[in-house]
Write a protein that binds this ligand. Sequence first.
Ligand code: IMP
Ligand code: MG
Length: 174
Amino acid sequence: MTPPIERILFTEEEIAARIREVAAQITRDYQGRTLKLIGVLKGSVFFLTELARRIEVPVKVDFLGISSFSNRSGAPGVVRIAKDLDESIEGEDVVLVEDIVDTGFTLRYLLQTLAGRAPNSLAVCTFLDRNSRRIVQVHVDYRCFEIPDRFVVGFGLDHNQLYRNLGYVAVLKP
Ligand code: IMP
Ligand code: MG
């Protein structure tokens, strides 16, 4: 199967190298602590596992699932938790791991929800950042790549649930 790709944005090698850099940054920042990585299903799973393997402080992993939909006027921003975390995050050093931050609605909702559960700290690590489309201002602590305003697939990102398993990130043909 050849996916309908316009061009490759980041190759497997570029992704691996960049994840190593970000993992090294996180390792430095969390020296002497134990991290809880929280992945947002399903997109961030691919990124989270690569990142976790490169981090050199003790790491715990948990996941939550969300569903997002438009409101009646068609505007985005309605998000709810469809599958909650398995364990409490009270007193923990949490890094929320996202596949992409686009408008910022999803991230704002998740940060508000998680902050209400009294973690010791709460940071954000995203694989991709499309800052040009941001509607809600949210703080991103770690990012691998900034991307242009095009729909992308691969390395966890899907189109109708397909192409998550591509090793690279590519712009889909319009
Ligand atoms: P937002 O930041 O609330 O707008 O939502 C980001 C979510 O939209 C991500 O978690 C993805 O599920 C989805 N998304 C946004 N842009 C893309 C893309 O280019 N490809 C695939 N999914 C995307
Ligand atoms: Mg997502």
